[in-house]
Design a protein around this ligand. Structure first.
Ligand code: GLU
Length: 494
């Protein structure tokens, strides 16, 4: 249970490693930290953990920041904004880690290890053969001072390892998972500083969580096994540890590890697939947390006011792409039309054939009310609305002939439409529908047949938003022109 009040000095961090593009799990972590900071009037810090130089992926940091920007997750300290505890890139803090690690060596709490890669490989193979526990065998922990001096003189590469206590236990009182206890004997003498002078994740994370005065470490459950190491290190360095909260894993609806087949995994792909950032945020808030046992659509302020770790689940959370898509549709429906038009615009520019561009914003604003209800993803809109923009409709003229009709009746229906539409005093959907219904009856055609033919002529489609509203937006001239083209094409076809 959380024992916090709003007055506690909450400082939380999101600590991405730029070793890949941000995925759903990363951003869920960022979001929960951000909500927690907001809830408690605290600070949210972004710290880039770029210490694994071999695995750096160019562009990954920018992608993380772009994902946060897109979702409206702003930070108080970190890249771009700086702050009093910087630098916020770990690669710029190497001397800090080195100094602290050297102090630990001087105090006998860490040691230099000179083992070569080959020796470690042989050791691991031997451990595997004899089914022993794998891990560093602490050979260098026991070197005499003379042996150490000799190794130093040889000038080989070395790392600094932490001397983990060989007995006893390390326990954490996790704010989500409760008490978790580890036997120290199962912990390896892990590396603090690598031979390239860069710290390991463990060294850097503990140092920075302390120096940046982080009050709560909220991170993915996969880091729970690292926590005893972090606690040991905090203790050795004389730091008071932060509180820990490990967020539940995220699984697909089939309860397997979240992967591409459950939908996109990279956050920015959701933007490109036409999700609204508000919908993704709302959805992610429910991946492991809940407001109550039923509410799905929540305003940001409701979530901030109510966010707390006591309603974060221990059990894995399910990521359900279908539900996200449904939620996106809900959010699209709630958007003011102007706003929706602005969000649709780039997707039309991208998705419509070139000859339909540029899109006139006022025209789009008239289309929006017709498609808003039916849109689940912004990417649906280009396909759905293409016929509003095309100059020539491309369809098989035979489709003008509805069930129970022949070419002659279809031509007669189109001619009747021409007459009614030309004669209509005002080109508005209600009178238009009334007049056309009468015309259908006159030709002894059912509304389904008559309007089916008209729909294909006016739009090239069998299914569209409501036909008469659609025609009103298309405009009299364009509709008449399309009907004329349909008549010619049907007349020409055999
Ligand atoms: N750099 C780690 C990551 O990418 C952060 C782990 C932590 O929050 O301690 O997930």
């Amino acid at each position: 249970m959380e024992k916090l009040t709003r007055t506690d000095n909450v400082r939380v961090r999101f600590a991405p490693s730029p070793t890949g593009f941000p995925h759903i799990g990363n951003i869920r972590t960022a979001l929960f930290n951000w909500l927690f900071a907001k809830r408690h009037g605290g600070k949210f810090i972004v710290r880039v953990e770029d210490t694994d130089q071999d695995r750096l992926v160019p562009g990954a940091t920018d992608a993380v920041l772009a994902a946060l920007d897109w979702l409206g997750i702003d930070w108080d300290e970190g890249p771009r904004v700086g702050g009093p505890f910087g630098p916020y890139f770990q690669s710029e803090r190497l001397d800090i880690y080195q100094k602290l690690a050297d102090d630990l060596v001087d105090r006998g709490l860490a040691y230099r290890c000179y083992c070569t890669e080959e020796r470690l490989k042989e050791m691991r193979e031997e451990q595997a053969r004899s089914k022993e526990r794998t891990g560093y065998d602490r050979l260098c922990r026991n070197l005499s001072q003379d042996e150490r001096n000799r190794k130093e003189d040889e000038g080989g590469r070395s790392v600094i390892r932490f001397a983990v206590p060989k007995s006893g236990v390390t326990a954490v009182s996790d704010l989500i998972r409760g008490e978790v206890v580890w036997q120290n004997e199962v912990l390896d003498d892990f590396i603090l500083i690598k031979s390239d002078g860069f710290p390991t994740y463990h060294m850097a994370v503990v140092t920075d969580d302390h120096l940046m005065e982080i009050s709560h470490v909220m991170r993915a459950e996969e880091w729970l096994p690292s926590t005893p190491r972090h606690l040991q290190l905090h203790q050795a360095l004389g730091f008071g540890p932060p509180q820990f909260a490990h967020l539940p894993m995220i699984l697909g609806p089939d309860r397997s590890k979240l992967s591409k087949r459950h939908g996109a995994t990279f956050v920015l792909d959701y933007r490109d697939q036409g999700f609204l950032h508000e919908a993704l945020v709302n959805f992610l808030e429910l991946v492991g947390w809940s407001l109550d046992d039923h509410t799905e659509i929540m305003t940001p302020s409701t979530v901030i006011e109510n966010f707390g770790l006591e309603r974060v689940n221990k059990a894995p959370a399910i990521f359900d792409y279908e539900k996200l898509t449904w939620m996106n549709g809900m959010y699209i429906r709630q958007l003011p039309e102007e706003d929706l038009a602005d969000r649709i615009m780039p997707f039309l520019e991208d998705g419509l054939p070139k000859e339909c561009l540029p899109v006139d914003r006022d025209y789009l604003l008239r289309i929006v009310p017709l498609i808003q209800e039916r849109t689940k993803l912004l990417t649906d809109v280009a396909e759905m609305s293409e016929f509003f923009f095309q100059t020539d409709l491309d369809f098989d003229p035979q489709r003008l002939i509805q069930k129970g009709m022949d070419r002659q009746t279809a031509l007669a229906a189109l001619a009747a439409c021409q007459t009614e539409i030309s004669n209509a005093k005002i080109f508005e959907h209600e009178p238009l529908e009334a007049a056309l219904r009468v015309a259908a009856t006159g030709l002894e055609l059912s509304p389904r047949q008559f309007f089916g033919t008209l729909r294909v002529a006016a739009t090239g489609r069998d299914a569209t938003p409501p036909l008469f509203e659609t025609m009103e937006v298309l405009g009299r001239e364009r509709v008449l022109d399309r009907i004329q083209q349909a008549i010619s094409r049907l007349g020409d076809s055999d």
